[in-house]
Design a protein around this ligand. Structure first.
Ligand code: SF4
Ligand code: SF4
Length: 200
């Protein structure tokens, strides 16, 4: 993949950016660019910058290019990179932190993946479980997703039908799990911890 050269003299560069990225603020600078993370990543092929490149961009403070990238949105949190990194950098959590930062800073690169995550979280918070049909319907009917790709639902029709036939999805509304209030308390606690960390 060819990558456009970056303007390292640009005023949009923020040398302190890596320090905003929890949890590995200082460890990020120990990355030796060995590429093990990229070689381990099952979704690197679809990323605009592979994990090694994004780590280097973070070190350089290219915050705009980092936050606009779709790399961290394509991270499936499989942890292969994190367990193999010779420097012990928590790449997975770093990418999670970038998702939060991207949303918190209101980058309008907020694409379908971000909206999918939000929808997924809404459904799990309300019912305590994943309900594929509701998640997909809510996501595809999100006004912004509809505006960007109004015919997206048709692309998923055959997959949805196959999943329904095999009993992998249900058209019945999701039942709340027992103790869903405890799940909601966990969501609230996580939001509280995140707000505290971001305020530091
Ligand atoms: S595996 Fe670790 S040290 Fe190697 S490039 Fe990736 S983040 Fe850097
Ligand atoms: S955790 Fe994310 S970045 Fe790391 S290997 Fe898995 S998909 Fe790739």
């Amino acid at each position: 993949m060819s990558v456009e050269p970056f303007d390292l003299t640009s005023t949009t560069r923020n040398p302190g950016f890596a320090k905003e990225v929890w949890p590995d603020k200082s460890k990020l600078f120990t990355c030796i660019q060995c590429g093990t993370c990229t070689a381990s990543c099952p979704t690197a092929f679809a990323m605009d910058f592979n994990p090694r490149q994004l780590l280097r961009m973070l070190q350089l403070g290219l915050y705009e290019d980092v936050l606009k990238s779709k790399t961290f949105w394509l991270c499936t949190t499989c942890y292969s990179c994190t367990v193999r990194c010779p420097r012990g950098i928590s790449i997975t959590e770093t990418f999670q932190a970038l998702k939060r930062l991207s949303l918190a800073k209101g980058w309008e690169k907020k694409g379908d993946s971000a909206r999918f995550y939000e929808t997924f979280m809404e459904v799990v918070r309300r019912t305590g479980r994943m309900h594929e049909t509701e998640t997909m319907m809510r996501w595809m009917l999100n006004p912004k997703v509809l505006k960007d790709k109004p015919f997206r639902a048709f692309g998923f029709a055959s997959l949805g039908l196959a999943m329904l036939r095999k009993g992998k999805m249900s058209l019945l509304p999701p039942k709340k799990i027992e103790g869903v209030d405890q799940v909601q308390a966990m969501f609230d606690k996580a939001a509280e911890i995140r707000a505290r960390k971001e305020a530091r």
